[in-house]
Design a protein around this ligand. Structure first.
Ligand code: OSB
Ligand code: MG
Length: 393
C-alpha cells in the first residue's frame, strides 16, 4: 500500500483508493508561472503581515491536449514552513520538472512516486500533484470530490481573522462575516493580543464556535495565557507552540480541557502520527501544501480517522484554483470541522477562476462539481498577473 503509514488497509480506505485511480498522464510540457496578486486587504499573523501576495501556478499539458492547473500559494519568508515562493520555483523548475516531463504515468500516484526520494519542497510537490489530479479528473469525466470518495456536497466555513491594530476593528470585521453566514470564528493570536481579545469576541458573539491560532508565537508553556484561554470554552487552540515542540505541546494538552489543533507540527503523515501518539493535540488542520500533496493529506485524514481525531482544511490564502482542491478534499468523511476557506474576494481584487465561489447564508460553500480544480480557470487573468514564466521546452 505504497507509502501509507496506517496500520490497516480498511481504515486507510480513502488514500488507498485514491492511489489506485488510473488515468494515463503524459506530461508533454510544464509551464510554471510566478504571479503577483494585488491584495485588497492585508493579513497579519504572529509571523508578520502579508501585503503583497505572490503565488506559483503550474500548468501541466498532457499529450492528449488536456491541461491541468495546480497552485502553490507560498510565503516570501520561511517562517510558517521551510518553503518559500522562490524555493518552490526552484523545486518545480529544477527538481520536479526533469522527473516528469516527457514521461507517462498510470495516474497521479504513479507520478508522485517519481519524487518519493526527495525531501522538502512540499509546496512544489503539492502544486504538481494537483495539476495531475486535474488532468485525471478531466480524462475520467469525474469531479475530484467524487473521485476521492467525498461524502458531503457543502463545506461549512469560518474566516481566519488576522491580527488588527484595535479590537473594534476586529469586532467590526467579524460582525460583517457573521452577517454573511460564516459559522466559525478563528482569531489569530500572539502575546499581547490573546485572552482579552478572545474574551471580547466570545462575549459579543455568544454561541458561535470560536478558536484561536497562535502560529507558534509563544516561546513555551511557562508564562503563557493557557489557563485563562482554557476558561473560554474555545473550539480549539491551534498551534500555540513551535512546530517541533511535540513534547511541550503534549504537556500543555494534558493540562487543558480545550483541544490543541496541530497545524505547523503536522508536517508529514509520520510526524503527525508521532504527535498524536504523544498526545500533542486532539485535532489536526490539514493543509495539503504543508503536507506535500493530496495523497499525503489523505494519509493524515485516514490515520486521524482511525484514531477518532477530527480534521479540517486550513488555507494559505489560495486563489480559487487552490481552493478548488481544498474544497474537494474537505468533502472527505473525517473533515468534520469548519474549514478556513474565505472566498478569494476577501483578499484579492480578482479571483483566477470565474465564476468564483462565495459563502452561502447557511455558512457553507458548495463543493464544486466541475472537472479539474472544479472551477473555470481564467487564463487571461493568469497572464495578466504573471511576472515570470518558465517553460519546459
Ligand atoms: O496558520 O492557518 C494558518 C495563512 C498563512 C499562514 C498560516 C495560516 C494562514 C491562514 C490563512 O490562516 C487562512 C486562509 O487561507 O483563509
Ligand atoms: Mg494555523
Amino acid at each position: 500500500m505504497g507509502t501509507s503509514t496506517s496500520a490497516s488497509p480498511s481504515a486507510d480506505a480513502i488514500s488507498w483508493r485514491a492511489r489506485r485511480v488510473q488515468a494515463p498522464i503524459e506530461v508533454s510540457r510544464l509551464v510554471v508561472h510566478s504571479l503577483e496578486l494585488p491584495m485588497v486587504s492585508s493579513f497579519r499573523t504572529a509571523y508578520g503581515t502579508t501585503v503583497r501576495k505572490r503565488s506559483i501556478l503550474v500548468r501541466l499539458e498532457d499529450g492528449e491536449g488536456v491541461v491541468g492547473w495546480g497552485e502553490a500559494s507560498g510565503a516570501e519568508l520561511p517562517t510558517y514552513a521551510p518553503d518559500t515562493h522562490d524555493s518552490t520555483w526552484y523545486a518545480l523548475t529544477r527538481l520536479l520538472a526533469p522527473l516528469v516531463v516527457g514521461h507517462r504515468f498510470e495516474g497521479p500516484a504513479a507520478m508522485i512516486d517519481a519524487w518519493k526520494d526527495l525531501k522538502g519542497y512540499h509546496w512544489a510537490m503539492h502544486a504538481l500533484e494537483c495539476a495531475a489530479w486535474s488532468v485525471a479528473s478531466q480524462k475520467l469525466g469525474r469531479p475530484l470530490a467524487e473521485l476521492w470518495g467525498g461524502v458531503r456536497d457543502a463545506i461549512p466555513v469560518g474566516e481566519s481573522f488576522g491580527i488588527k491594530d484595535t479590537l473594534p476593528e476586529l469586532l467590526e470585521e467579524i460582525e460583517r462575516r457573521m452577517e454573511e453566514g460564516y459559522c466559525r470564528i478563528k482569531v489569530k493570536i500572539e502575546p499581547g493580543w490573546d485572552v482579552d481579545v478572545l474574551r471580547a469576541v466570545a462575549r459579543r458573539f455568544p454561541g458561535v464556535p470560536l478558536s484561536a491560532d497562535g502560529n507558534c508565537g509563544y516561546a513555551g508553556i511557562e508564562g503563557g495565557p493557557w489557563a485563562a484561554l482554557d476558561e473560554l470554552g474555545l473550539l480549539m487552540i491551534e498551534q500555540p507552540l513551535a512546530g517541533e515542540a511535540l513534547c511541550d505541546l503534549a504537556d500543555l494538552q494534558a493540562s487543558l480541557r480545550t483541544p490543541i489543533c496541530l497545524d505547523e507540527s503536522a508536517s508529514s503523515p509520520e510526524i503527525t502520527r508521532a504527535a498524536l501518539r504523544l498526545g500533542s493535540g486532539r485535532i489536526v488542520n490539514i493543509k495539503p501544501a504543508r503536507l506535500g500533496g493530496i495523497l499525503a493529506s489523505m494519509q493524515v485524514h485516514d490515520l486521524c480517522r482511525q484514531r477518532s481525531v477530527p480534521v479540517w482544511c486550513g488555507g494559505m490564502l489560495e486563489s480559487g484554483i487552490g481552493r478548488g482542491f481544498n474544497l474537494a478534499l474537505s468533502s472527505l468523511p473525517n473533515f468534520t470541522l469548519p474549514a478556513d476557506m474565505s472566498p478569494a474576494k476577501i483578499f484579492y481584487a480578482e479571483d483566477l477562476v470565474e465564476p468564483t465561489f462565495d459563502v452561502r447564508k447557511d455558512g457553507t460553500i458548495p463543493v464544486p462539481r466541475g472537472l479539474g480544480c472544479g472551477f473555470h480557470v481564467q487564463e487571461e487573468r493568469i497572464e495578466r498577473y504573471t511576472m515570470a514564466r518558465w517553460t519546459s521546452d
